[in-house]
Design a protein around this ligand. Structure first.
Ligand SMILES: *[C@@H]1O[C@H](CO)[C@@H](O)[C@H](O)[C@H]1NC(C)=O
Ligand SMILES: *[C@@H]1O[C@H](CO)[C@@H](O)[C@H](O)[C@H]1NC(C)=O
Ligand SMILES: *[C@@H]1O[C@H](CO)[C@@H](O)[C@H](O)[C@H]1NC(C)=O
Ligand SMILES: *[C@@H]1O[C@H](CO)[C@@H](O)[C@H](O)[C@H]1NC(C)=O
Ligand SMILES: *[C@@H]1O[C@H](CO)[C@@H](O)[C@H](O)[C@H]1NC(C)=O
Ligand SMILES: *[C@@H]1O[C@H](CO)[C@@H](O)[C@H](O)[C@H]1NC(C)=O
Ligand SMILES: *[C@@H]1O[C@H](CO)[C@@H](O)[C@H](O)[C@H]1NC(C)=O
Length: 408
């Protein structure tokens, strides 16, 4: 369980700790669902937008370096979410085996500003990962596409290969704008892949995508209830190491560091045991120092010392996550890879980055706690899976257990 890349997503499922099922919730309703905790849900007009692209144009027969054996039915391209601004979201879609009537999984990475295609598909659970040479692909045996059709969307604008022709779009970011664009993306994507309109839909994501997933779920429920647009058969949500509640998150990180010996348990207790008279200054100092000296996404990982591609086999035999990232950056910046993915010329000349820091800096979150929204979607009948990875400090741990606060 050393790297976050290939198998982490599935391994994480082993740590799944809570499964809420709305079907047993009281006051179960299929109406709009609660918008509690997020007042921004309002019905949007003119969500169906004329699209310059088509399904056949988006088909990717093979990515550069893709293994010859094995068939992967995949698509990549853009869905316009604002014609006036010239704003479009990049997606990558890998269909599951046609022998089964698969569900549609829609995956988001967080950040805000990280690419879902790059992080989710290429480092976690897509059909391929990048080989040691940084130019070839290898099958990912933990691919979710073996059991479902998975749609990865780079959101919000400026993440991954998503772009806008209006420069002002790169300055204004909020949960509300993201949710509206994500909903428009999904509706218009379904026009291009209409047989998926009747499939069961699950929304999934990690980290900050806890916000995106819950808010998109609220948008879908509200629009379904109003009978606007396609009724999306949303069945459930899966959230990994999700940011759902600031307070629980902070406490979770502190508890995790203290219980793994990175900060003293006494300073943890001093901060949390004594109610309002608590002293958190020691803890804050120790935490700051610790987080600067460890790799926060995996406390057991070694640092990748390799800086050149192709990577020396002897040094990367451990499948270090950071080395995987370097290979990915190398691969996704190859011109023929961008061309095969139908990346728009507005962004293909720029370097692809895993996460766009400008977005996280500019982003306005709507709420410090998504717990009321979580409660709302559960009582509307959705199933919610919360899972976490054991060795990650940054977005961890007790927060998940603390969520029992919200499920009575
Ligand atoms: C169900 O709804 C009723 C009326 O709105 C409310 O009084 C009650 O507390 C709700 N129960 C739960 C479990 O939310
Ligand atoms: C952005 O502008 C380019 C060049 O005019 C155009 O080809 C492209 O379709 C525009 N994108 C969107 C989403 O409208
Ligand atoms: C696939 O699932 C949809 C939605 O549940 C259903 O309407 C359709 O009949 C199914 N098709 C097959 C071939 O099972
Ligand atoms: C619309 O989708 C919801 C799931 O969000 C489902 O419960 C409901 O039955 C669907 N309504 C119709 C009219 O198909
Ligand atoms: C909590 O506060 C009491 C009284 O102020 C003090 O005696 C005790 O040492 C504190 N506990 C911790 C763990 O700091
Ligand atoms: C971040 O913003 C700066 C200043 O506007 C710009 O030069 C840079 O290209 C942006 N980075 C990304 C990844 O878009
Ligand atoms: C949400 O915004 C507040 C205030 O700007 C900030 O302190 C907090 O870190 C943000 N939370 C996340 C998860 O980005």
């Amino acid at each position: 369980m050393r790297d976050l890349s290939a198998h982490a997503a599935l391994v994480s499922l082993l740590y799944a700790v809570l499964l809420f099922s709305g079907t047993s919730a009281q006051n179960s309703t299929t109406s709009g669902g609660s918008t509690e905790g997020w007042s921004a849900v309002h019905l949007i007009d003119d969500a169906i937008i004329p699209q310059p692209s088509s399904r056949s144009a988006d088909r990717v027969f093979a990515l550069p370096g893709q293994p010859k054996r094995g068939i992967v039915v995949q698509y990549a391209g853009y869905v316009t979410v604002s014609a006036a601004a010239g704003r479009a979201f990049f997606y990558y879609f890998s269909e599951g085996p046609i022998s089964i009537n698969q569900s549609l999984f829609i995956w988001f990475n967080g950040g805000p500003g990280c690419s879902s295609f790059g992080n989710g598909a290429m480092l976690e659970h897509g059909p391929f990962s990048v080989g040691l040479d940084g130019m070839s692909l290898q099958p990912n045996k933990f691919s979710w596409s073996k059991v479902a059709s998975v749609l990865y969307v780079d959101s919000p604008v400026g993440a991954g290969f998503s772009y806008s022709n209006s420069s002002s779009d790169y300055e204004t970011y909020s949960d509300e704008l993201t949710a509206i664009d994500n909903y428009k993306f999904l509706l218009n994507w379904l026009e291009r892949f209409p047989e998926y309109k009747t499939r069961d839909v699950y929304l999934a994501g990690e980290g900050y995508a806890g916000h995106y997933v819950l808010q998109l779920a609220q948008m879908i429920l509200a629009h379904n209830a109003a009978g606007k647009y396609t009724n999306i058969t949303l069945k459930g949500l899966a959230l990994g190491n999700a940011i759902l509640d600031e307070e629980a998150l902070n406490r979770g990180v502190d508890h995790y560091l203290a219980s793994h010996g990175y900060i003293s348990y006494r300073s943890y207790q001093a901060c949390y045991s004594n109610g309002s008279s608590s002293d958190c200054s020691l803890l804050a100092q120790a935490k700051d120092k610790t987080l600067r000296s460890i790799y926060p996404y995996d406390i057991t990982a070694h640092v990748c010392k390799v800086t050149s591609i192709p990577i020396d086999l002897s040094q990367s035999a451990n499948g270090l996550y950071e080395c995987d990232v370097q290979r990915l950056v190398s691969y996704l910046n190859l011109p023929d890879v961008k061309a095969a993915l139908h990346v728009n010329s507005a962004v293909s000349s720029k370097a692809w980055t895993k996460c766009n820091e400008n977005i996280s800096k500019a982003y306005q979150n709507t709420s410090s706690s998504m717990l009321p929204a979580l409660r709302g979607v559960v009582s509307a009948g959705l199933q919610v899976l919360l899972y976490r990875r054991e060795t990650i400090t940054k977005k961890n741990s007790v927060q998940v257990f603390d969520l029992c606060l919200c499920c009575d």
